[in-house]
Design a protein around this ligand. Structure first.
Ligand code: SF4
Length: 352
């Protein structure tokens, strides 16, 4: 039986099953520039190069082959320049230009440079897939268990002869796919930590607590400890880079445009990680329980915290306001695009 591959992002689907259906099952997302998310991705590329200490750059960014040799800082700036040029800005006057992002990254480097000598880098930006368990799933139309978009690939789980028991129930392996930013070892203590960079336009105090209990830190920690049981990581440390819109006339009360924050690390005990692992399987079973062809199985969980996020309406608010009969037509229009557009292809063994 082929595995169901999930990412930490896809696990948050329960906040609104209809959103999950629109994005993962129907495979539609709002088209166009998304400068905030793009800025975060661009800075992640530069951060990985900085953590590796790259002094050469050979990469195809967009459709342009970029080659460069220089100091790590120059390479990071070249990555930011090339990646920003390959993507549109949200508006012509958007402040998240290459120059802005280079300044943001310089602020992050300045914060981290003094700490850098206190740790040893064990891993940088590694993409991996790990089997986390298996769940029972019913076949809903003779052969199909589910289909959903993962990355830029439509995964279709079909039960073959021998996959199901007498009641039409199959055992489906569940795999997690993740990209882990950084794993370090603190030289003085020997403790190991997963490190994750978060970019944001706000510095609200509650968010780091939400990150601590969220899927990403636990996923990265669990996957490392499952693979390297003899040298486990203690938990996750988040580094937040707050990137505010520049103020034309700053006052004494104006906060700095860039504010890197190294947040206290969070320890995950084995009991916390096992609780999380079981929660992943419960959620995977829930995804597989829902018929991908039946919208009624993916109810709208409409509330202000779901339908408005980061001060913006959900991409699907217009669709949810419509008569049910109109929604598929609406999502098929050009102002929506395939939700896998522009994403990296999966590795060959996952895409079989
Ligand atoms: S608008 Fe609200 S109900 Fe509709 S998909 Fe988005 S979060 Fe769900």
């Amino acid at each position: 039986m082929k595995p169901l591959v999930l990412s930490p992002n896809s696990l948050s689907y329960l906040t609104c099953p209809r959103k999950f259906m629109n994005y993962r099952i129907l495979g539609r997302r709002l088209a166009g520039a998304r400068a905030g998310a793009d800025a975060g991705n661009i800075l992640h590329s530069a951060w990985a190069a900085w953590n590796r200490g790259d002094t050469t750059l050979r990469r195809t960014i967009g459709r342009v082959h970029v080659g460069s040799i220089g100091t790590t800082e120059q390479i990071c700036d070249a990555i930011i320049e090339a990646e920003r040029a390959s993507l549109p800005l949200e508006r012509a006057d958007d402040h998240r230009t290459a120059a802005y992002l280079k300044d943001a990254f310089a602020a992050l480097r300045a914060e981290l440079e003094p700490r850098r000598g206190t740790w040893r880098v064990l891993e940088v930006e590694r993409r991996l897939t790990r089997r986390i368990g298996e769940v029972k799933a019913e076949v809903y139309d003779g052969t199909t268990i589910t289909h959903m978009v993962h990355g830029n690939w439509l995964q279709r789980l079909e039960a073959k002869a021998g996959d199901c028991d007498m009641d039409g129930v199959a055992i489906v392996p569940i795999h997690l796919e993740l990209v882990r930013d950084l794993v370090i070892e603190i030289i003085a203590t020997g403790e190991r930590w997963v490190v994750d960079l978060k970019t944001s336009a706000w510095d609200d105090e509650a968010k780091p607590r939400a990150w601590a209990v969220g899927d990403q830190g636990k996923c990265y920690t669990w996957a490392w400890n499952d693979e390297f049981a003899n040298k486990p990581v203690a938990g996750a440390q988040f580094i937040r880079l707050v990137m505010r819109k520049p103020v034309q006339k700053p006052t004494a009360k104006t906060k700095p445009t860039f504010e890197p924050q190294v947040l206290p690390p969070f320890r995950y005990t084995p009991a916390i990680l096992e609780e999380w692992r079981k929660s992943v399987l419960t959620r995977a079973a829930d995804i597989l329980r829902r018929d991908p062809e039946n919208p009624d199985d993916w109810p709208m969980q409409a509330c202000d915290s779901n339908c408005i996020q980061f001060n913006k309406p959900c991409d699907y608010l217009g669709a949810c306001e419509m008569d049910p009969d109109q929604r598929a037509y609406f999502l098929a229009q050009d102002f929506f695009e395939p939700s896998g557009a522009g994403k990296e292809p999966l590795t060959v063994e996952e895409a079989v």
